[in-house]
Design a protein around this ligand. Sequence first.
Ligand SMILES: C[S@@+](CC[C@H](N)C(=O)[O-])C[C@H]1O[C@@H](n2cnc3c(N)ncnc32)[C@H](O)[C@@H]1O
Length: 220
Amino acid sequence: MSISLPTPNIAHLTEEDYEHVYEPAEDSFILLDALELDAQLIRDDQPTICVEIGSGSGIASTFLSQLVGPSSSLIISTDINRYACEVTLRTAQANEISLNPILCHLLDPLLHRLKSNIDILVFNPPYVPTGMTELMDTQNQRDIGGAWAGGQDGMIITDVILDKLPELLSPIGKMYLVTVIQNKPLEITRKMESKGLVCKEIIKRRAGRELLSVLRISRI
Ligand SMILES: C[S@@+](CC[C@H](N)C(=O)[O-])C[C@H]1O[C@@H](n2cnc3c(N)ncnc32)[C@H](O)[C@@H]1O
């Protein structure tokens, strides 16, 4: 039986917030839909450590927290943008859950501790193909531009994590990754399979000019 969960409340966020923080859009919602499709699977696994990279408004971290329920799961969210960390905290409070967003590049300060420990990893990355200068500028500015600029094939930031994924996932670990067709999801699948992981497109949708999908990458 499928599980249906309410979309987190983000009514507290203002136009001013969205000048600096990514406003949830179709890519955010396809990620929530993918998590909802897998809700029973995720609950059955009883995940202990769940991580979102690039939490933005906090909508996906909040949804994940509500999905796993008041359990012993720890939800860690990171973002490179300090406004996003503040907004994630406010979204958590507005939805009466607890999150402790960490301001950092990807998972940098946590890598050592998270090795082989991540049960659920969620990432809606900056996936838009751009030049390298735009990628580097937006990563350095740590503001709204960092929400989409993804460098070559839109994959430069995502690849950093994919290369480390085999070391990060726990034995039951699963990553949910948002992609667009320009990211070459088939190539991602081949690459992850060559690292001994299983990669499956669990949902696909056209949104305007974007062909979005969510890949589930797991050990089993
Ligand atoms: C497409 S937005 C997704 C936001 C939110 N998760 C959602 O689904 O609506 C990408 C997010 O990744 C963050 N981000 C970009 N580069 C990052 C990095 N190097 N480390 C951590 N977060 C990063 C951006 O600041 C932005 O909040």
